[in-house]
Design a protein around this ligand. Sequence first.
Ligand code: ZN
Length: 461
Amino acid sequence: MDPLGELIDRALFPAWEGLVRGRPTLRLLRYLRQTEVRPLDELEAIQLGALRRLLRHAFEHVPFYRARMEEAGLLPEDVRALSDLARLPLLERGDARAAGDTRKSTAPPFPTIRKATSGSSGEPLSFAYDAGSEHWRQATKLRGYGWAGHRVGTRTLHYWGAVSPGAQATARRSSSRSHALKVALDRGLKRERYLDCGVRGDEELARVVEELRRRPPEVLICYAQAGADLARWINARGARSWPDVTVLTAAERLLPADRAAIVEAFGPRVFETYGSREVMLIASECGAHDGLHLSMENLLVELVVREGEGTRPTRPEEIGEVVITDLHNLGMPFIRYATGDLARMASRARCACGRTLPRLGAVEGRVTESLVDGEGRRVSGLLFNVMMVAHGASIRAFQAVQHRDRAVTLRVVAPDLAEGEERALRESLEPYLRGVPLRIERVADIPTERSGKRRIVVVER
Ligand SMILES: [Zn+2]
């Protein structure tokens, strides 16, 4: 890292975060750097403590979970081992939607940070969390990214969806100028730049390469398939003129061929991350490049197979559904939340990096198809997720289909979608789909695949 980066990492950011903003992020980060190498049974004891606190709070102050626990005959004090949690039913996305405010805490800490997600199955969901959970999330992210060598103050380029998550949360949370200034300072201190990866034609990719040449970042953070498209474009033209850049991929599964292309364009330091808008960083790859360590101090992650009325944990090598309990979000808890993703654990052997946090192997089911616009430019399928979060508050489910003649039909299940909302949605999508007719079709239901997942983007071939 350069001298300015060092100064930011060691002095300016700690002063800003701790003294000015009064946030405990860096204290939590120090804690997480100590726990990640503790024996596994110690880590599980930490999880159990946090889980019991969460369940006690949920039972006393969150009507939805009190009802669920009473129905399941499971009181907080009955939970003596992590496995006891499996006595509670899964929280499906539809349940979470239907529960509305009954999932919110009626006592402090209240959920003050509101967000929405379209998820990987095309069913939007609004959710919230409290400030304490935000600090855990930020510390967890800093630790996970840190395994790739990223620090605060690292010159970072985000090759990312149009509406950056941070920008959006900010827009919702506050419109005050002092808040906007704080966010700008935050970004400036972190030396982060954002480029939109929505459309990936020659012209757009050439502009990214120009930016890479003009101000080479130390770290590139990108959607996996956007990074791969960029890398292939660079490789095909021999356009690389920069030293190795660390690459962190997110939002989509990093396929082996995509990783190879990225390594050629940016060097061998490529790290896959797995997260979601609901809980942020779930798992992250370390320098051993052999699976993704789980963020287990912040999240209890189960891989389960449905059996009868309940679930059982996966066997070694078996693929299961990713189920998450957000241990520090008391404001609007996610307890046994079925994310809709599928994953498999990596080997149980200790990682070469020395960390004891268990590792996920591949995360399946996070592959989004790319579309093409009227001139043949590739367009990120995640565009629909991004726009749905921004404009689709009343959309229950969606799916975009690109037909053989390139026309796009966006199917939405949204009985309450207002005229104006539909117009805003259309206006936000059209610039990305130049030369392609877009039809928005209201339907009663969108069937899922045989796997039970709903594909967000279908490209008819
Ligand atoms: Zn490791």
